[in-house]
Every structure is written in structure tokens, then in C-alpha cells.
Design a protein around this ligand. Structure first.
Ligand SMILES: *Cc1c(COP(=O)(O)O)cnc(C)c1O
Length: 384
């Protein structure tokens, strides 16, 4: 059940001449997102080897998703990005065959999609483009620094409004928008609410409890499945998402191997003792920090996830004068070795680097610590 270690992946990297990397940057799409355990890998291989009645498989997955998350209903689509497009499409068309066939032409349909300005995140591309892809028009409420429930409600009151989209992610900007209150504001205006919680599979119950009509999570982020978008929520809303399969959803469908892999990942999650797992993550980060803090010019401490995910990250503070290297130079040096080491650099200008150790083996964590030690000993320079 252990993730594949670096040595087991060497085959693939050698065969195709691929760059080896240790990903301490979380479920980052450009780094291949996540690691699946052997059970998911075997399930995917089994699915690829034969035929299945897709409808039967999809229905099984839909029932399983509902049971596991406690939602009324669920369904699997290609990825979270497509889940956003399809949730917006569903809000506009319902189950109407004609309307579904007409998309992305939204003539005559309510097509405004309201979201707090700070929730218009960029996760590799702008989320608002997922909305526009359905033919809808994003309406940004409030400002990047704040969006009040009153501001949302004012924008939601417009008669052409299809739905409210909210994002639960580390990527959102500005003051926190209270999800439950925002959802309630949409419902007061008779508008459904969709929550993009791509990396929030551990918190899907909480997001549903906020009252959202649809909650969207990624199958390949912390859940460790193959690429998939998991859509859960109210039965009627989920049916309208499923119905998009005869329309724009065709280009966003889940494959048999992703559905079977998702089922295996959900089984593994159900068997997981989350609090014991969370304690192991804390110990891992504490050990890493203790060793990193012993290096010259570094301090290290665990930082809880800002969205409430059940594990901390390790934050390194680099004192350039004592370390002989500033945070950005250290990050560049780590990124240019073999294997490359990828970490969070969004606060490097403030002298901070962050590492997520969740998917990493002890062996890989040792490689990181040894490389940090080497780079600092070389005093590879201060970039600015
Ligand atoms: C990763 C991410 C997505 C996209 O997820 P995919 O499954 O890769 O399409 C959408 N929204 C947020 C907030 C994300 O972090």
C-alpha cells in the first residue's frame, strides 16, 4: 500500500529519458499531481484490459460516491476543471435535451455566473474560463481584497443568474468569504450554489454541510486516484450534470479506467484511519523541521493547512546572511539538481520556502535534507 518509491519509478524515467523529481509542492498538476498506491494501479490496469457496460460502471460509481460522501447523489467526469464547466451548464439547462444540445449557445437562458472576485483563481489557467466554456458569463462580486455576503446577494438578485460559484482552496485571495452564508444568500435568491473544492476531498462532508447544491473535488489530488472530477450534491443537480454527457460533456467524460481507479481510491480512503494518518504527517514534518533547523541560517516550523486539511506543511525561513544563500537561490539550486526538488516558492521573496511531505518516502525526505545541506555548504550565492 506504500506509494512507489523513487527506485521503482526509475524504469519509466530511464526508458523515456524523463527528468526525475521529488515533488514537495503538493498535488501540483505540472509535477504529475499525486502518487497512487498499488491497489489503484492494479484496478486501472484491470479496467484497461477489458470491456464493460459503461452505464453499469457509471451507475455503480455514482452510487458509491453518494454513499461514501453522504451526498444525495454523485457522478464522475473527466476532471475538476470540466466539472466546473458541467456544473455551470447543468445550472443553465437542467435536464432539458434541447437546451443541452444548444450549448455553448445560451440564447434565452440565465447565463450569469456570480463568484467572489477573490475566488476567480488561476490554478494553471483562469477558473473563469471553465465558466465561459459552458457559454456562461462570469460576474465578479466585490473586490480582490473582500467580498461581502451583501455584495454577493445584490449580484445574485439579477434575474439572468444561473448559479453562484465558490472556491475552497489555498489559491483564493482576500478576506475569507463565509461559505455557509454565501450559499444561503444564493438560496434566498433561488439560485443554486456550486463549490469547487478540487483539493478538498478530505473536507467534502464539510463543504456539503455548507448547503452547496454541488461540490466538486478532484480524484487525482489527495485522493490519489487517476485523473477524475467527482461531482456530489443534490440529486436533481447531479442528474443535470450527468445529462450533459449528450452535449458538451462528451468532451469531458470519465474513462472506464478513471472510474475504476476512482472506486479503488475511494475504497482505500474509507479504510484509512484519518487521525492516525494525520499524526504520521505531523511526525514526518516535525522530524524534517528538527533536522532542517539544525542547518546554518535556517529555521523551520510546521504550518497548518489554511483551508483545514488534516496535515501541516514545513516552512523554511532562510536567513540569507547566515545561510550564505537566500530563499530563491536555494529553491533554484534544489530545482536544478538530479533529482529536481520542487517546493512552494510563493513566499520566497519574504525569505520563506514551504514543503509538503505527504506523498514522500523517508528516503526522498533524506535526499531533500542532504541537498539542502550541500547547497548551503557551497554557499551557492545570493540572487539579489
Ligand atoms: C486543481 C484545481 C482545479 C482543477 O482540477 P483538475 O482536476 O486538474 O481539472 C480546479 N480548481 C482548483 C481550486 C484547483 O486547485
Amino acid at each position: 500500500m506504500l506509494p512507489m518509491g523513487l527506485h521503482e519509478q526509475q524504469g519509466l524515467h530511464e526508458r523515456y529519458g524523463l527528468t526525475r523529481l521529488i515533488n514537495a509542492r503538493g498535488p501540483f498538476t505540472p509535477a504529475g499531481v499525486s502518487r497512487s498506491d498499488g491497489r489503484v494501479g492494479r484496478a486501472v490496469a484491470e479496467a484497461l484490459a477489458g470491456f464493460v457496460v459503461m452505464e453499469e460502471l457509471s451507475e455503480l460509481a455514482d452510487r458509491t460516491l453518494a454513499r461514501v460522501t453522504g451526498a444525495e447523489a454523485g457522478t464522475v467526469v473527466h476532471c475538476t476543471s470540466s466539472a466546473i464547466t458541467l456544473a455551470v451548464a447543468a445550472a443553465m439547462t437542467g435536464e432539458s435535451v434541447e437546451r443541452i444540445a444548444a450549448l455553448p449557445d445560451t440564447g434565452g437562458l440565465p447565463a450569469r455566473v456570480v463568484l467572489p472576485a477573490g475566488h476567480a483563481v488561476d490554478y494553471g489557467h483562469p477558473l473563469v474560463q471553465d465558466i465561459r466554456l459552458a457559454g456562461a458569463t462570469p460576474v465578479l462580486s466585490g473586490s480582490d481584497s473582500a467580498c461581502t455576503v451583501e455584495e454577493l446577494e445584490k449580484d445574485l438578485a439579477h434575474p439572468g443568474t444561473a448559479c453562484l460559484v465558490l472556491v475552497s482552496s489555498r489559491l483564493t485571495r482576500g478576506a475569507r468569504v463565509p461559505l455557509t452564508e454565501a450559499v444561503a444568500a444564493a438560496h434566498r435568491r433561488g439560485v443554486p450554489a456550486v463549490v469547487d473544492g478540487a483539493a478538498q476531498d478530505f473536507r467534502v462532508g464539510e463543504l456539503l454541510a455548507a448547503g452547496a447544491d454541488l461540490v466538486l473535488v478532484s480524484g487525482q489530488k489527495y485522493l490519489g486516484g487517476p485523473t477524475a472530477g467527482l461531482v456530489v450534491g443534490r440529486a436533481e443537480a447531479v442528474r443535470a450534470v450527468r445529462a450533459q454527457g449528450k452535449g458538451i460533456g462528451r468532451a469531458m467524460k470519465a474513462s472506464k479506467e478513471s472510474i475504476v481507479g476512482t472506486l479503488a481510491a475511494l475504497e482505500a480512503r474509507q479504510e484509512l484511519d484519518v487521525s492516525a494518518w494525520a499524526r504520521r504527517q505531523e511526525e514526518k514534518v516535525a522530524r524534517f523541521c528538527a533536522r532542517a533547523a539544525a542547518l546554518p541560517g535556517l529555521t523551520a516550523h510546521p504550518v497548518p493547512d489554511p483551508t483545514g486539511l488534516p496535515f501541516p506543511r514545513a516552512v523554511l525561513r532562510v536567513d540569507a546572511a547566515r545561510a550564505g544563500s537566500d530563499a530563491s537561490a536555494l529553491a533554484v539550486a534544489l530545482r536544478s539538481g538530479d533529482p529536481q526538488i520542487w517546493l512552494y516558492t510563493d513566499r520566497q521573496d519574504d525569505g520563506e520556502l514551504a514543503l509538503e511531505l505527504v506523498p514522500l518516502t523517508d528516503e526522498e525526505i533524506d535526499v531533500i535534507l542532504n541537498r539542502v545541506t550541500e547547497v548551503l555548504a557551497e554557499g551557492s550565492g545570493v540572487t539579489r
